[in-house]
Design a protein around this ligand. Sequence first.
Ligand SMILES: [Zn+2]
Length: 259
Amino acid sequence: MTRSSRRCLHRVSDEGSSAAFTLSSVPIRILLVGVGTASTFVIVKTMIEIIHHQNQAYELPFETLISDSLDEVRNLLPNLPASIQIYFSDYGILEDTGIGGYAYSSDIITISLDPNFDNKGKQEASIRPTVFHESFHLSQRFTGEDGPFSAIDNALYEGMATVFEREYAGVFEPYGDYRQTSEEKLKQWTEELRKLSAEVFANEEVYSKWKFYHPELKERWIAYRTGTWLVDEVLKKKGLTILDLRTKKAADVLSMYDK
Ligand SMILES: [Zn+2]
């Protein structure tokens, strides 16, 4: 991974303390410690470091929004690393939002922005939900450097991130929206996904078929829709919220579904 375009962005603007930092290379964990009130508080702010640009001029105006979204999501996902790196790419851009996200590693999020996307307002509004979704993957260690994951684990981790995004960023992504899919089909897909081991699912063709488009079944996003449905079923059955699943493994969620 090239690190030629390394920049840092950090702001401390609220909680009574204000400072701006320009940093060149070292990730810094910022702690603000307040005393003199009833309780002592420690606030960890997210520092983002841009490790790669795809189109710097286009991406620059989005960086504050990304940083703000990370600050916000950290309150919900306290185990996120203090410093998160952003790698701008052109991978996996969704055609209805002009943005793509990928949890590359425990502290790197890949974000792809289509510079030719018509609806700039929609693209901008999609930053926060995308950051929320990818941050959930980071916090669960469902990233490119973890795994490999079986198809059903993959579906469940995607389901959890999609429900989290829906509940906390207010967007029910079309790829996870199973409301037009019959329960019979979702149950059938669950069984199909359970048969695909991590080894089999590592095959690009198999992966892409179940995750993005299955040409024989003529269905899109099977793993996302099935996983989101499974997670909602578990939450309903157990009376839990998505934050209760934050520290759970996909296998734990699957056994909750089975019981
Ligand atoms: Zn995802």
